[in-house]
Design a protein around this ligand. Structure first.
Ligand SMILES: Cc1ncc(C[n+]2csc(CCOP(=O)(O)OP(=O)(O)O)c2C)c(N)n1
Ligand SMILES: [Mg+2]
Length: 814
């Protein structure tokens, strides 16, 4: 006793060794001794020893057997009826159904109300039909090539193995809301999305970190993985690292590695350098329970232990389910090409469901007839479902329901939203945005240059800078009951030390967020999520937060614009395509600091051309609100304020990519007045030129972003009164009609020039040129840097030379 739970006070060494062998060296193994907290480690040991042999009732055994048999029957049915469909069946890994069933049952008993699940291809269809009540007929319909989307919805759908489902399970008075998220093919990319959605659900229902006590835990995240991808994909450690970070934690995820000991054709020796696939979990001291998939009862016990641990310590835990894969990577592949010995062993094995059923038969728990009847019954159910395919009328997808009801899919119109606020609210919120308790000691420099400066600006209602406009957008939205979350590296202060939306007491290090103290009955709050140094997992997390509720303004800011490319998978597979594939709307905002300021190849460009390539704007058709993403490059604080507010006030959600400023944050000309933010004001996709008399204009320069200010300065120095400069603040949707309106003012204009700071193979040029030509009948001349392999030169003198050139040519070129 003391070290091990040995029932006797005294024992011989042999008895102890036997006990330890039985507990720790059997078909289940645990790794936990690295847990640093002794109490936690001791708890784990004690509970493992207690649970590892926990008696499973006959009734429970029958339930396990039924799930296994159903999964197998489903696979065998599909193999027969849809022999050419890649289903990534569960054969060899059927025990995973037991895991899910155990989690759901125990979760309900523990008062958990929501489970958010991310899961790859393997066994997904078995899980959906077996436990999530996905109608087999609907799945068969999909297998026959039909759409899974409701007929009224605009979207292109996704493949079979990415189907998803939300469902409520009930048991007595308990209700469990299950959400299996759609997954892209990019393995493991969905995990941070599931974590983000979990946290956002906690926010919606006032759970976990958002509860009064911070302790309740009604929402949990399940992450299912493959062995090869868990070991190989970088998003795994990134996501694990978020699990206990403030503003990212969710109370712990339960991880299941469906470890079939192979990844496509890659064996463990080539798939990783660690002993176990799960080893990466050790970076967060995550306990691991290795279970043999041939013993589903062990898995049931391991799952119970995992849930107990997670609920007690609010930390992640891994179950490594060691199993096999009966077929090749998909059912069309021949695995013996590459793994002959392994597959000889697999083919000589009896299936897990059949051996488990035989065990129950041997133990007289069930008869062989009953097992056969069970198989026949399920096969006949599936057969009648197959006959029903033509009658499928109920589409399985919940779309724009619950918290999304009242929202619509964007139309092809171009709508304008009055995003102004009355002056008194602006002044009130503005003042509150920098008000701190008297007891707080603010850094003297911030007191002067930030707090007092903002009070001054508000007093004159002029020279409103970027940070103030942002605080006004945030504050007014909070005032209206929306939640705001800004996430990314050092976002509280802001990379360029301009935001200071959180202030730090110089005596105590305590953080104070003035915007969370605007009004005594405040309903909306801002969460300042200073993140780990990750792009991919963090952006995935924020996307997950954004799809949960339309009432959360979720913003991710890159430290510098180009770092978004570390998160390219999330952008490609979720942000830009999630609505068309899955009808999931997201109002996520990505702030990507952009601009040529001599900072070199990196830190300069947010590669706006990449986003322009990702949008579904058409070259020869006028865009509407229904383009997949907004891409903007605002040049004034008021424009930015309207954009942020518009994200929440519209009746649809679209992700917004903002090429955001660096030097404009403090540029004296890049300021706005409060009257540009009052009622009847809105974001203007095009800013025309009212500084020149239109009939004198012979040359029209079109541009986007901070380059405008440099061009304007150049025009002043040249005293060029015959040049108009038009700013495209929105690139996508491409504001054709508004540009046309501006251009029509210049009847005498002969030369139309696109001027950009970026190199010719970058920036908006290749996006705008064909649109001007095809939609506006204007052939633009190009001025800007010439094509280059990297976004910017690293040599100061060359940067200067280029700058001079790109400012001169627009005024000279014929
Ligand atoms: C990011 C990514 N790279 C490559 C692939 C191609 N691919 C699909 S499944 C697979 C093997 C996955 O192995 P594992 O994670 O062990 O899951 P299993 O298929 O064995 O269940 C690979 C390489 C992919 N889908 N995603
Ligand atoms: Mg595998």
């Amino acid at each position: 006793a003391g070290i091990i739970d040995f029932s006797e006070q005294e024992a011989t060494i042999k008895e102890i060794v036997d006990y330890l062998k039985e507990v720790y060296c059997n078909s289940v193994a645990v790794e936990f001794t690295y847990i640093k907290d002794n109490e936690e480690k001791e708890w784990f040991r004690r509970n493992y020893e207690k649970w590892h042999k926990h008696e499973i009732s006959s009734e429970h055994k029958c339930r396990i057997m039924e799930m296994l048999i159903k999964s197998q029957t489903f696979d065998q049915f599909l193999a027969k009826k849809f022999p050419s469909v890649k289903r990534y069946g569960g054969e060899g890994a059927e025990s995973m159904m037991v895991f899910f069933d155990e989690v759901f049952n125990h979760a309900m008993q523990d008062g958990i109300e929501n489970v958010i699940i991310s899961m790859p291809h393997r066994g997904r269809l078995n899980f959906m039909t077996g436990l999530l009540h996905y109608q087999p007929a609907a799945m068969f319909s999909k297998m026959m090539g039909r759409s899974e989307l409701p007929p009224s919805a605009k979207g292109t759908g996704d493949v079979l193995s990415h189907l998803f489902k939300t469902i409520d399970l009930t048991m007595g008075d308990s209700n469990l809301h299950l959400s299996l998220l759609p997954n892209p093919s990019h393995l493991e990319a969905c995990n941070p999305v599931a974590c983000g959605k979990t946290r956002a659900r906690q926010l919606s229902i006032g759970d976990a970190d958002y509860s009064e006590s911070g302790l309740s835990n009604k929402t949990m995240c399940l992450q299912v993985h493959g062995d090869a991808s868990f070991a190989g994909q970088g998003i795994i450690p990134e996501t694990l690292m978020l699990s206990e970070v403030p503003h990212f934690r969710t109370g712990g995820s339960i991880h299941l590695i469906v470890n079939n000991q192979i990844g496509f054709t890659t064996e463990p020796e080539r798939g990783r350098s660690s002993l176990y696939s799960s080893d990466v979990g050790k970076i967060i001291d995550c306990p691991v329970i290795h279970v043999n998939g041939d013993n589903p009862e062990d898995l049931a016990r391991a799952t119970k232990l995992a849930l107990l641990y997670k609920q007690k310590f609010a930390k992640d835990i891994i179950i490594d389910l060691i199993c096999f894969r009966l077929w090749g990577h998909n059912e069309m592949d021949e695995p013996a090409f590459t793994q002959p010995i392994m597959y000889n062993a697999i083919y000589s094995k009896k299936s897990v469901p059949d051996s488990y059923a035989e065990n129950l038969e041997d133990d007289k728990i069930i008869s062989n007839d009953r097992v056969t009847a069970l198989k026949n019954e399920y096969t006949s159910t599936l057969n009648s479902e197959l006959k029903n395919v033509e009658k499928i009328s109920k589409i399985e997808m919940s779309h724009l329901q619950k918290q999304w009801s009242g929202y619509v899919q964007a139309s092809h119109e171009n709508t304008t939203w009055d995003t102004g606020c009355d002056l008194n609210t602006l002044l009130y919120v503005g003042a509150k945005s920098v008000e701190v308790p008297e007891s707080m000691t603010v850094h003297p420099r911030l007191q002067r240059t930030f707090i007092e400066n903002r009070f001054e600006k508000l007093k004159t209602s002029a020279s409103i800078d970027w940070a103030t406009a942002e605080a006004l957008a945030f504050g007014t939205l909070l005032f209206q009951g929306y939640n705001v979350r800004i996430s990314g590296q050092d976002v509280g202060r802001g990379t360029f030390s301009h935001r200071h939306v959180m202030l730090v007491d110089q005596k105590t290090d305590e953080v104070y967020i003035p915007l969370n103290n605007i009004a005594p009955d405040q309903k909306g709050f801002i969460e300042i999520a200073n993140s780990t140094l990750s792009e991919e997992a963090v952006l995935g997390f924020e996307y997950g937060m954004s799809i949960e509720s339309p009432r959360n303004l979720v913003i991710w800011e890159a430290q510098f614009g180009d770092f978004f490319n570390g998160a390219q998978i999330i952008i490609d597979a979720f942000i830009t395509s999630g609505e068309t594939k899955w009808l999931l709307q997201s109002g996520l905002v990505m702030l990507l600091p952009h601009g040529y300021d001599g900072a070199g190849p990196e830190h300069t460009s947010c590669r706006i051309e990449r986003f322009l390539q990702l949008c579904d704007s058409k070259e020869d058709q006028i865009d509407g609100d229904d383009v997949n993403i907004g891409i903007v490059h605002p040049t004034t604080p008021a424009q930015y304020y309207h954009l942020l507010r518009r994200q929440m006030l519209r009746n649809f959600r679209k992700p917004l990519i903002v090429a955001s400023p660096k030097i404009l944050l403090r540029y004296p000309d890049a300021v706005s007045t409060l009257t540009e933010m009052t009622p009847s004001t809105f974001f203007q996709p095009v800013l025309g030129d009212h500084s020149v008399s239109s009939d004198k204009v012979e040359r029209v320069i079109l541009c986007s972003g901070k380059h405008y200010y440099a061009l304007d300065k150049q025009r002043q120095s040249l005293d060029a009164k015959n040049v108009a400069i038009i700013r495209l603040e929105s690139l996508c949707p491409f504001p054709t009609q508004l540009i046309e309106k501006e251009l029509s003012r210049y009847k005498n204009a002969k030369v139309f020039i696109w001027s950009q700071e970026e190199h010719q193979n970058m920036g908006p040029w290749s996006f705008v040129a064909p649109r001007f030509e095809k939609q506006l009948g204007v052939k633009l001349l190009y001025t800007g840097r010439e094509a280059l392999a990297c976004p910017a030169v690293g040599i100061g003198a060359i940067h200067k030379e280029e700058n001079a050139k790109i400012l001169n040519t627009p005024f000279e070129m014929q």
